[in-house]
Design a protein around this ligand. Structure first.
Ligand SMILES: *[C@@H]1O[C@H](CO)[C@@H](O)[C@H](O)[C@H]1NC(C)=O
Ligand SMILES: *[C@@H]1O[C@H](CO)[C@@H](O)[C@H](O)[C@H]1NC(C)=O
Ligand SMILES: *[C@@H]1O[C@H](CO)[C@@H](O)[C@H](O)[C@H]1NC(C)=O
Length: 543
């Protein structure tokens, strides 16, 4: 049977054919698929009272004891707009006290492929939005996967829209990462306890040594050493050692992690209950895509995904065509070039991958602490240099020398640049415990340095890796939730918009892949990312 057009105006019409016997939906390839999810609250009592949300009367509790350098009027305006653009629905409505029954219950929530009727479960339908959902279409047999765009209707129902880029079957998968009620908790912890994960430094002079606590934001309960970077204005503080001067700081390392919850808040982060759990389908969850009519374009979607997997290979939807590079093609591409990588351990993975893949690339032993770097690798015959180093504080790391604490912006200022220079950076995973302003300012500083680099050496290739989804537990959620990574990614895209830089959409490349989410994506995904990187460095003629 032919169904009516159920898709909102901006999406192209879809025609659905129901193969009743096997309950499989058949769609014409190239078009878009819409899936809707309905949310229900936990229902432990028959007549639960409807909660009246208490509107927060504190509009901006963000600053707390974090100190910020003044911004230029343009940067301050940008910061305001960025914060507005990532405002999460429902976060100003803080139910107090929290009762688990009134929170999203994934076990009694469902999704359905449109057209269809959802919401048939008994229970209390949610009336508000803000749940953090992920949706993807995948088929492990084909090594195929694509991420859907989730639209929050703010009434307890959500749509996910997908392009249909391959032929054959695909399974729809909807995941609740966090119920809406968990988001204000994450926000509150970052504004009220930005020091819940702390760092430490060793101070030493002669035979005297002392250890002290350090952070971006430090409660002014005792005298501070101020290590704010004079070039970028990036803040960093330690408590002043009792006997030694601030100049005696010799290293930096991650300390411990502690937070305090309000009643029941930890119940919002239960694995298998309401933390990264699948939502069941209320009907069929398989669609079959008919042979495609023409080249895949994501133009029928307002803001479609950046690519998809097919046969385990990442293909871009628009933009630079992703080519496949074997070892000799990698060397041809990188011949004569210096590749400078900055960021967290997820950028170090590119160094590790290339170093392992290319036998002619020899790592030079800098005697750096394992996992911390910096690292250098050289191929003399082909004049290839690879370099990788951590971004400056905050970094959660084994003890590193203070002389290796370098901000990406300052490092980029130290590069000559040019057509033989490739700069790759990724900075996200170590910012999950702070107010977003800290991250925004870091990116504004890096952007200034990138703009200066591209002005003095326009041929430089600059590539930015976004954050990705990971395995979430209670403690991981509270220090680097996928929700925070998603927010960081939105900010990152906005800050670098309009600059001649390229993105590795690690978010989609990890989520669309059949392998489980992982902070450090496994090798098949890194290989795809390397192909994306090299496609930017050595694009196909005509791209
Ligand atoms: C539920 O509430 C309604 C209306 O307030 C009342 O008539 C009914 O008896 C209640 N049911 C139970 C099981 O408490
Ligand atoms: C929620 O909003 C969407 C979009 O406006 C609408 O299609 C849907 O019927 C609404 N659902 C409920 C349960 O009100
Ligand atoms: C730290 O030093 C910076 C740069 O000199 C200064 O602007 C800032 O006000 C200082 N912060 C504190 C808390 O002393």
């Amino acid at each position: 049977m032919k169904a009516r057009d159920c898709i909102r105006k901006e999406y192209s019409a879809i025609f659905l054919f129901l193969a009743v016997a096997v309950l499989i939906l058949v769609l014409r390839n190239m078009e878009v698929l819409e899936v809707r999810t309905w949310f229900y609250q936990f229902q432990h009592e028959v007549n639960s009272t409807i909660i009246v949300p208490r509107v927060s009367t504190v509009p901006d509790v963000h600053r707390g004891f974090c100190t910020f350098q003044p911004l230029s009027p343009n940067d301050a305006l940008e910061e305001r707009l960025l914060l507005d653009s990532i405002a999460w629905p429902g976060t100003s409505l803080l139910p107090a006290p929290l009762s688990l029954e009134k929170t999203s219950d994934p076990a009694h929530s469902s999704f359905t492929i449109l057209p269809g009727r959802g919401g048939r479960t008994v229970g209390h339908p949610k009336k508000s939005g803000g749940d953090f959902l992920l949706a993807r279409l995948h088929n492990p047999k084909f090594g195929a996967g694509v991420v859907g765009q989730v639209v929050d209707h703010l009434n307890g129902s959500y749509s996910a829209v997908f392009p249909l880029p391959w032929e054959g079957d695909a399974q729809v998968e909807v995941t609740l990462v966090h119920p809406s009620e968990a988001i204000p908790v994450l926000n509150r912890l970052n504004s009220e306890q930005p020091d819940r994960l702390y760092f430490k430094s060793l101070f030493r002079s002669g035979s005297i040594s002392e250890t002290s606590i350090c952070n971006v934001c430090l409660r002014p309960t005792q005298p501070l050493c101020n290590y704010t970077d004079l070039r970028t204005g990036e803040p960093w503080f330690c408590y002043k050692p009792k006997k030694l001067s601030c100049d005696a700081r010799i290293n930096h390392a991650m300390g411990k992690y502690e937070q305090t919850f309000r009643a029941n808040e930890d119940k919002l982060f239960q694995r298998g209950v309401n933390l990264k759990v699948f939502i069941r389908a209320s009907g069929p969850n398989i669609v079959t895509m008919l042979p495609k009519m023409k080249e895949v374009k994501s133009s029928s979607m307002k803001s479609g995904p950046s690519g998809y997997y097919y046969q385990g290979v990442w293909r871009a939807l628009g933009g630079t065509t992703v080519r496949q590079f074997d070892n000799s093609a990698i060397i041809q591409c990188l011949k004569g070039k210096g590749v400078y990588m900055y960021g967290d351990s997820t950028v170090r993975q590119f160094f590790e991958y290339l170093n392992a893949a290319l036998p002619d690339l020899k790592e030079f032993d800098l005697h750096s602490p394992k996992k911390a770097g910096p690292y250098i690798s050289l191929d003399y015959a082909n004049n290839i240099l690879l370099m990788s180093r951590f971004h400056g504080p905050p970094i959660r790391i084994v003890p590193v020398s203070t002389s290796e604490l370098r901000y990406i912006a300052n490092e980029i200022d130290g590069l000559v640049g040019g057509t033989n220079t490739v700069v790759i950076f990724g900075i996200w995973a170590h910012f999950g415990t702070f107010p977003m302003e800290i991250y925004i300012r870091r990116l504004q500083n890096i952007r200034r340095a990138v703009a200066r680099l591209l002005d003095r050496a326009p041929g430089t290739v600059v590539i930015i890796r976004t954050g990705n989804a990971k395995v979430l537990s209670l403690s991981v959620s509270l220090t680097n939730s996928d929700w925070h990574s998603l927010q960081c990614n939105k900010v990152l895209r906005a800050v670098f918009k309009g600059l001649n830089v390229h993105l590795i959409d690690a978010w989609e490349m990890v989520f669309a892949h059949q392998l489980p989410h992982d902070l450090h994506p496994p090798s098949p995904i890194i290989k795809n990312m390397i192909n994306v990187i090299l496609s930017y460095v050595c694009p196909q003629k005509g791209d």
